[in-house]
Design a protein around this ligand. Structure first.
Ligand SMILES: C[S@@+](CC[C@H](N)C(=O)[O-])C[C@H]1O[C@@H](n2cnc3c(N)ncnc32)[C@H](O)[C@@H]1O
Length: 281
């Protein structure tokens, strides 16, 4: 049920949101009106948004790849640019599950989503692919609680540092390993918009001195977890990408960069070489 427009008509809410600096005030006002159950609820939501809380935290969900992803306060809000990571991963998952393009291949792609936050990336991959076995990890308990809701039923979410909480049996069998880890350099965190800087946890943003502390660790261990012919995909910035390409090559992966100017998104992809079949005869 949504709140009756009166006593706060749309225009009043739009004016309030615009004054608070919301660029898409009309769209936001409509979403808040649709989400509020009572006029009091609506007033409280408008107050929270005008005070600077991210819209997604006020609504309790974010639109990501056409899905409603639950996002609790204090959990990283999935970004539109990360949809590019999902599209790249989905295309490669189809290839990994069916390498020849016509044989049935392996029945289910094994997908791991490291630093999963709300679980948006994994949930979108589950929605995009028919057969997928999903495992996700995050170090932040609030993110893990949120992700468990978003990838249910079926996806497994573990709390802990990168690969550490994953079942050991997954070693060497992961077809697709995705990570949208923190990659903002420490000194740039203070320059982020207040919605991120104030309302998202530092652990979700701060990637260390050059932003690549977590991603380097992701790449270093990836070859131990990937299946032969499997792929690692990490979101990064255009400027950082060459460093990750070098790191991936150093650890025996075949690297390349995928870029979407439309979404201002950069993804470094590392392929674990497939096993060579032995000499015949
Ligand atoms: C930029 S957010 C991305 C969240 C999600 N992947 C997305 O795209 O919406 C980074 C996430 O990494 C998690 N994180 C940071 N360091 C981690 C670590 N060492 N191990 C596991 N998760 C970590 C944070 O808690 C946060 O949820």
């Amino acid at each position: 049920m949504s709140a009756s427009p009166s006593p706060r008509p749309l225009s009043v809410i739009v004016t309030r949101l615009r004054a608070a600096g919301c660029v898409f005030a009309e769209d936001e006002a409509r979403l808040l009106l649709a989400a509020a159950r009572t006029p009091a609820d609506l007033a409280a939501m408008v107050d929270r948004r005008a005070a600077g809380l991210p819209l997604e935290h006020v609504l309790g969900w974010a639109d990501f790849c056409g899905l409603r992803i639950a996002v609790d306060p204090g959990v990283f809000v999935p970004r539109r640019r990360t949809e590019f990571l999902v599209h790249q991963a989905a295309a490669l998952a189809r290839l990994a599950a069916n390498p020849a393009g016509h044989s049935p291949g392996r029945p289910r792609a094994v997908v791991v989503d490291l630093c999963c936050g709300s679980g948006a990336v994994g949930a979108a991959l589950v929605a995009a692919l028919d057969l997928i076995e999903l495992y996700a990890t995050d170090i932040d308990p609030a993110a893990v609680r949120c992700a468990r809701r978003n990838v249910a039923p079926g996806g497994q979410v573990y709390e802990g540092d990168l690969y550490e909480p994953l079942p050991a049996a997954l070693r060497g069998s992961v077809d697709i390993l995705v990570a949208n880890a923190p990659y903002v350099p420490t000194e740039a965190v203070g320059l982020l918009p207040p919605e991120a800087r104030i309302h998202e946890p530092r652990v979700a943003l701060d990637g260390g001195e050059d932003g690549l502390d977590v991603l380097r660790r992701v790449i270093t261990a990836a070859p131990q977890w990937l299946a032969p012919g499997g792929y690692l995909l990490v979101e990064t910035s255009e400027r950082q990408a060459p460093h990750l390409v070098a790191a991936a090559a150093h650890h025996g992966l075949i690297p390349r960069v995928a870029r979407s100017d439309e979404l201002n998104a950069t993804v470094v992809i590392g392929a674990r070489p497939a096993l060579q079949s032995g000499p015949r005869g």
